[in-house]
Unconditional design. Structure first.
Lengths: 416, 981, 95
């Protein structure tokens, strides 16, 4: 049933009997044209675009647990395209444009809220770097706005302008940035993909790949062998684990990133704020919780939980930049596994094995990329050629010396 | 107002009366009260509004699991939203307001949501508000946001201080109820270092609320004796008002001690709270159990509470929500509440027990096999509707209803490292699983030992086992050992708007709809309905929701499983995690030895990493920073200037293999550098990118002094130690960072030698012949003070850097200024330093941005092919050596009045301006007093071949397009004649 | 986390800085025939195991030793801590 205000009212008046499961719960078929491993945001988005844009109907998404249970359900929900480098900006801008039309595309309200994102500037060198970035964004057709200290004071009067160790000297804003209700993204893509006939198979763990003569014929799973013309892996966080099944070593380390939410509060923050001198970024959800995060814990981990030093570090940053939050309470903390790549940018490419495709290395920026990642991965899977906005995300770029290193920190994943 | 619902007895100090106000009304209470107990005693049942439907709500519990009674405590900058009335200790002058209501608690306009609840079911917002797209931010979202949220922040800086500390122990005991106290006695008597922490202000746990005797005396007597003994043991530390919030790796626990929250304002010099990091060899969790409610229609009216909480209020706080109370239970514990209330003189309307074989009582009526099916009362309970065993309906008049569905062991902390609890059929509850955090054991009700005797015994046994103590269990006090049986009874059949999560307004109906729409896993259920996501983390609601989902799915509860409990156990003030690291204390501030001298001179300072550096030195009459900076540059280039460069990283490299070592870390060669000479060095990362640059001065065959940039000092030192220890452990070389040990000053300008000659002791020849360009050496100054002198130049002038032990830095600076008076010496700051290095074309942080190679920097030939060095192999990759690689260039405006902007991009003189035509960017820009215009450095594709080319510098974000010319990056003295003068 | 430093005893991990897989000790031979491939793999490819992981930590807030810590990436349990210098020597790096 189509989701609409009309149907919400109609169902309310008839006891809500008409709502059907948002997606079916099918048993796997013997063979699909395309299998996507990973029922997270990227995998489900890939399925949606494969069906809707590329006309692929014999598609399955295989998920070891429940869909949306990984990083799409555990992140700080920020969307933006304020990148610097040519390999990245067009892709993230494409993603932001897809976000802007997402709800109508999916018939699902994911609460895309373009309330803006603001990166605070504290030094002249930082301003120079942000001007370069803002210019790159605008030259690529994205929006950017450089704000003076006075403008920041007017827009964010609650920031620390009194006794700041690193005074605020301005900011780079992207007004079209914002937040999206993260769970709804997974569910909306799943519901849409399902409506096109995509099989979403939950609680089905991939245990191996069937590869003959250098070609991938399908996957072995906890529900048996499933054949496929092409297989796409979209399991960021666990890329290393999955690809080791075909003997691939990746330019990726899995690390833990913690995120935090406060108790619900009446509206205080207009948009996303990023503190440039500490490790802290924050927004406020529609429910009122301050959603915030900071640095990685900094070590390899698959534990999905972090430790106190980073909790303290993040809250110290928060108290430094907006000391009004001292009496707000941190309600919950959680940790997600990040595919930290060697240059901080993702990989969307063929693998050396025919018929096997890889999407991963999202570091902690995967959520904002979800629509574009799905779109370009669908393109790659359908056409066996990269989408024009994703030509730089190649697996061999490290070997060739064509890294896409926004931060300029090199091959040390925990610094990205 | 009198305390109309105050009972006799209790652990409150009636001799003292405390005044407080709630929603503008004044009330009284006593020390020992919580805000909740005092409000109940004053006849107040309505304390809050729910999140979504704004339903009137009262207090549900008597502890930190409270979902409903949340208030804004205190006012002004100390306003503290969402504070649980059940945990606020009453103090004189306490001021609290209800929240999430408008205009008042009794009349809340948004309660209209409740009328439309049928439209506002779980997840309804995902299905609507989509058209037109632009309306979300403009219309729908602002309305939703305004309605959502709970309490409000003051928007002012938190005025209170927070602190942090470390504690270590053999055994951390979490919870000071019967099991925790008995464990502490057992471990304490054995001599172990024990910390006993409890979130409550009074220790004793459930014993504070019970009338059952211990050792044939009131349980409180035993609690007092136990606490007295523990206090007398030097190895036991009692931490009341301390919540252990999380179990982290390797036995590290986070705990928050509320030092001042029970006072009007913190005492002078005292923090509000302290975050403790407790390093525990072993931990015994004695966190007790949390009572679980039963869901039935309209089970959320003020006055409907957990039965055990009613008992606590009556016994511990001598307060009752009403004088006529009914009980709804499925177990014997509900009857115990009725007995205690009855004994306190409260009228029991009836005990409604779902069990046909429920026990009878002489004191009150027991309706066996009966269930509560509905309730009435707009702002507080007035009647409960009972469906009796025979099917008939009976209306009970009552102002409060105690509900007990049994107890759940409080397993929260056992799950912080992703352990899962396991289902126990006998208790019909989850108990701690096997995969506890390492070092943790569980005792008492948290383990499912619900009788007092069981708790005491398991506390003693737990302490013994976990510490590996030998011998028999200590003698246990005599206590109730009645077996506890529990069965599952989650909700009353046929109910729809029966509340599971009272704060987030999740009903049984919502869970059913969630199931219908396919959101069937616990994680989906939680996220779709928001069950358990409120500020209480679902402590009283999660299991009911799970049980209903299990039933709908035709599965057992353990098959459905639980969501994960995450730290913190209860919400923690963000300020407590921030501690003292805020304001100016956010990061340490590093000052150079001549900082106070610079301050006297009126210097303007700038943050460079954690350092404060003088940015420029304004003179009287200079009103704009450019005036000062331009003057400093002119004076330096004309005569002499002095700049504090102490912040540069300095690393002492010693050993017979020192030169070999430097050959590895720098891409250019150092083996042949003569003693007494200095060389510029470029350091690459292993991936071939430039990491840092600096100089290495050879003071002896086996002794170099290396400088790094200010920003990279720590990183470079770490890298050099990595190369030394991990890659070339066989080399005889030692490193030490000496950044703080030496104060260092650049003395630059044509008169720099003449100035230095007045300071350097005459024994040292610093003439051009005696101390040529790039010379270095140990010298003495000012009559014997040891110093180091380097003839190096960042400004492009004849220049030296002179270093003295840090404690002489201030004196040397003053001496240089005095001696330089005749040369019109000027101190210069980082701005003038920056201008001069741009004029000279020296790369700095803006150019060494981590994405540039030696080739990009115009130093490609420096990468020695004759030797191996870090980064040399990977710097040869094709992507780093393309024909149109970015190369460093100089940029100047065609019109000298035009502006150059760092961060601007370079485009051809004509043609489109867009990313596809981007040819490079400007890294640094400054006004050059020497050139009389702004100049810049930048990177440009094929830059080496393009000198003289006209281009456009575009900076749309600063709204600038300027015609520029590409020139050599060396604006001043390109042949280096001044350096060598 | 707590790292049991071979010389200094148990220290809080906040005193340390993490680098990554201890295979970074095994810098390839820059003279070797396949040096381009070897350096690429050395610098960029990782086993990234879910389980036991040997990794490099630098005691920046202490004695500035590099340590090789054997730690389980699923449970965070640390089973061995060695001086990286000793590990490097046993892998033949002292020549």
């Amino acid at each position: 049933m189509r989701y609409s205000g009309f149907n919400v009212i109609k169902q309310a008046l008839t006891g809500h009997k008409g709502w059907k499961p948002a997606w079916r719960d099918p048993e796997p078929q013997a063979h699909y044209d395309i299998i996507i491993i990973g029922g997270g945001g990227h995998g489900l988005a890939t399925a949606h675009y494969l069906a809707k844009i590329y006309g692929q109907r014999k598609v399955a998404v295989i998920e070891k647990g429940w869909i949306g249970g990984g990083n799409v359900g555990r992140n700080t929900t920020i969307v933006r395209s304020n990148y610097l480098l040519d390999g990245n900006v067009p892709f993230y801008e494409f993603s932001l444009k897809l976000w802007e039309g997402l709800e109508q595309d999916l018939n699902y309200n994911a609460m895309v809220s373009q309330r803006g994102i603001m990166n605070l500037i504290h030094t002249d060198a930082q301003r120079d770097a942000f001007i370069r970035r803002g210019n790159a964004m605008m030259l690529h057709g994205a929006d950017a706005e450089l704000l003076s200290e006075q403008q920041i004071r007017a827009e964010y009067p609650f920031l620390n302008f009194n006794d700041a160790r690193f005074p605020i000297k301005g900011g780079l804003a992207q007004r079209r940035g914002g937040t999206v209700r993260h769970d709804a993204v997974a569910w909306g893509y799943a519901r849409s993909a399902d409506s096109f006939g995509v099989d979403i198979i939950q609680n089905c763990e991939v245990t191996g790949f069937r590869i003959e003569n250098g070609k991938c014929l399908g996957v072995e799973t906890s529900k048996g062998f499933i054949g496929a013309g092409r297989v796409g892996c979209a399991v960021a966080g666990n890329s290393g684990r999955l690809m080791s099944m075909v003997g691939m070593r990746l330019p990726i380390e899995s690390q833990v990133l913690q995120a935090f939410v406060s108790e619900g509060l009446k509206p205080v923050l207009p948009g996303v704020i990023t503190f440039g001198a500490g490790h802290f970024y924050v927004s406020q959800s529609d429910k009122g919780g301050l959603v915030f995060g900071g640095d990685l814990d900094g070590y390899n981990s698959y534990a999905q939980r972090g430790n106190l030093p980073v909790v303290e570090d993040v809250c110290e940053g928060g108290m430094a930049v907006m000391p009004m939050i001292g009496r707000a309470r941190l309600l919950r903390m959680w940790g997600g596994i990040m595919d930290m790549s060697m240059d901080g940018s993702p990989i969307i490419d063929r693998t050396p094995i025919e018929g096997l495709y890889f999407n991963g290395g999202w570091c902690y920026g995967g959520f904002k990329a979800t629509p574009a990642s799905g779109y370009v991965f669908a393109h790659l899977l359908a056409k066996d050629a990269p989408h024009p906005t994703a030509t730089a995300f190649r697996l061999d770029r490290f070997q060739k010396g064509r890294m896409i290193d926004e931060k300029g920190v090199g091959n040390q994943p925990n610094l990205h | 107002m009198t305390q109309i619902n105050r009972l006799g007895g209790g652990q409150i100090d009636r001799a003292t009366t405390l005044r407080f106000s709630f929603d503008g009304k004044d009330y009284t209470g006593h020390p020992g009260d919580t805000l909740a107990s005092a409000l109940l005693a004053n006849g107040v049942r309505l304390m809050g509004r729910s999140f979504k439907y704004h339903r009137p709500r009262g207090v549900l519990s008597a502890g930190s699991e409270e979902p409903n009674a949340l208030v804004e405590l205190r006012g002004g900058a100390r306003q503290e939203p969402n504070t649980r009335a059940t945990t606020i200790e009453l103090f004189n002058g306490l001021f609290a307001k209800s929240q999430n209501r408008w205009p008042s608690l009794a009349f809340d306009a948004l309660a209209i949501n409740d009328r439309f609840s049928n439209f506002l079911t779980a997840g309804f917002y995902y299905k609507t508000f989509m058209w037109p797209a632009a309306f979300w931010e403009k219309l729908y979202e602002p309305i939703i946001r305004k309605a959502a949220g709970l309490g409000s922040l003051s928007m002012k800086q938190d005025p209170d201080a927070y602190d942090k500390g470390f504690r270590h122990c053999d055994l951390l005991i979490i919870g000071a109820g019967p099991s925790g106290l008995m464990a502490a006695l057992t471990a304490g008597r054995a001599g172990a270092q024990v910390i006993l922490a409890d979130e409550d202000f009074a220790m004793g746990g459930r014993l504070l609320s019970e009338t059952a005797p211990v050792d044939d005396a009131p349980a409180l007597d035993w609690v007092s004796a136990a606490l007295a003994e523990l206090s007398s043991l030097p190895n036991v530390r009692l931490m009341a008002r301390t919540t252990v919030i999380g179990a982290f790796d390797h036995g590290i626990y986070g705990a928050v001690e509320r030092i001042s929250d029970h006072m009007h304002t913190p005492d002078e010099g005292k923090p509000r709270q302290i975050l403790w990091r407790i390093y525990a060899q072993k931990t015994l969790l004695c966190a007790g159990a949390i009572e679980r409610p039963i869901a039935f229609e309209n089970n959320d009216r003020p006055g409907i509470m957990l039965a055990g909480a009613l008992r606590s209020y009556a016994n511990r706080w001598a307060a009752t929500p009403a004088q006529r109370i009914a009980i709804f239970t499925n177990n014997d514990d509900g009857h115990r509440t009725a007995v205690d209330l009855h004994a306190k003189g409260v009228k029991i309307a009836a005990v409604v027990d779902v069990r046909p074989d429920a026990p009878s009582s002489y004191d009150f009526e027991v309706l066996k096999g009966a269930q509560i099916v509905n309730t009435r009362g707009r702002l507080g309970l007035t009647f409960a509707e009972v469906k009796q065993a025979d099917g008939s309906t009976r209306i009970l008049e009552c102002g409060a209803l105690g509900v007990s569905g049994g107890w759940n062991p409080n397993v929260h902390l056992t799950c912080h490292q992703r352990g899962r609890p396991v289902w126990n059929d006998d208790l019909a509850a989850f108990v701690p699983g096997r995969d506890l955090p390492p070092g943790m054991a569980v005792a008492g009700a948290a383990l499912g030992e619900f009788s007092t005797h069981g708790a005491l015994k398991s506390g003693a046994a737990g302490a013994k086992t976990v510490l590996g103590l030998k011998g028999r269990l200590p003698k246990l006090p005599k206590a109730c050992d009645a077996p506890v049986s529990q069965t599952a009874f989650w909700y009353v059949e046929g109910c729809a708007r029966a509340w599971l999560d009272q704060q987030n307004d999740v009903t049984v109906k919502d869970v059913k709809l969630s199931h219908q729409e396919g959101f069937r896993s616990v994680e989906h259920l939680k996220r779709y309905t928001t069950l358990g996501m409120a500020t209480d983390q679902g402590k009283t609601s999660n299991f009911g929701g799970l049980a209903i989902m299990a039933e709908l799915a035709g599965k057992s509860i353990p098959e459905v499983g639980t969501t994960i409990f995450r730290p913190p156990y209860t919400p923690v003030a963000i300020g407590a995690f921030g501690g003292r690291m805020r304001g100016m204390e956010f990061h340490p501030t590093r000052l150079t030895p001549s900082h106070y001298w610079a301050k006297e001179r009126g210097a303007v300072f700038v943050e460079v990493g954690n350092w404060l550096r003088a940015q420029w030195f304004p003179l009287p009459g200079e009103t704009h920073w450019r005036q000062s900076v331009d003057r400093e540059v002119r004076q330096t280039r004309a005569s002499v200037g002095v700049c504090d460069c102490t912040t540069l990283g300095k690393i002492d490299v010693q050993g017979t293999d020192a030169a070999t070592f430097l050959n590895k870390v720098y891409c250019n060669g150092f083996a042949k550098l003569a003693v007494g000479k200095t060389r510029y060095g470029l350091m690459l990362r292993e991936d071939g990118m430039a990491m840092d640059d600096g100089t290495a001065a050879r003071l002896a065959e086996d002794h170099f002094v290396v400088t790094t940039t200010t920003a990279n000092a720590a990183k470079v030192y770490q890298h050099m130690e990595f190369v030394r220890q991990c890659l070339f452990p066989g080399l005889d070389v030692q490193l030490i960072s000496t950044t703080e040990a030496w104060a260092q000053y650049a003395v630059a300008g044509p008169n720099s030698r003449r100035l230095l000659q007045k300071v350097v002791d005459p024994a040292f020849d610093i003439s051009n012949e005696g101390f040529p360009f790039m010379a270095c050496g140990n010298i003495t100054v000012c009559g014997g003070l040891r110093a180091r002198l380097f003839r190096i130049s960042f400004s492009g002038e004849l220049a030296f850097e002179i270093a003295v032990p840090a404690r002489y830095g201030d004196a040397l600076m003053r001496r240089l200024m005095a001696a330089g008076e005749e040369f019109d010496v000027t101190p210069y700051g980082t701005e003038a330093l920056g201008v001069m290095r741009i004029e000279k074309g020296h790369a700095a942080g803006n150019e060494l941005n981590g994405t540039t190679t030696a080739l990009n920097l115009g130093m490609g030939r420096m990468v020695s092919k004759a030797k191996d060095s870090i980064g040399s192999v990977l710097s040869e990759r094709e992507g780093l050596n393309e024909e149109d690689a970015l190369l460093q260039v100089g940029i100047k405006p065609l019109n000298p009045n035009d502006k150059i902007t760092a961060g601007g991009h370079l485009m051809a003189a004509t043609g489109p301006i867009d990313a596809a035509h981007d040819q490079g960017y400007v890294t640094s820009a400054a006004f050059s007093p020497t050139m009389g215009s702004m100049i810049g450095l930048g990177f440009l594709k094929r830059g080496a071949d393009r000198q003289g080319e006209k281009m456009r510098l575009v900076s749309p974000v600063t709204d600038l397009t300027v015609d520029v010319e590409i020139v050599s990056a060396h604006f001043v003295d390109p042949d280096g004649e001044r350096l060598r003068a | 986390m707590i790292i049991n430093h071979p010389l200094l005893g148990p220290r809080d991990s906040a005193e340390f800085i993490y680098l990554g897989d201890a295979s970074l000790i095994d810098r390839p031979d820059p003279e070797a025939e396949n040096r381009d491939q070897a350096f690429y793999e050395y610098a960029y490819l990782r086993d990234n195991p879910a389980g036991e992981h040997r990794e490099l930590w630098f005691h920046e807030g202490g004695d500035r030793s590099w340590l090789v810590v054997t730690r389980n990436t699923v449970t965070h349990e640390i089973t061995e801590v060695e001086m990286a210098r000793d590990v490097a020597r046993t892998r033949g790096r002292s020549t």
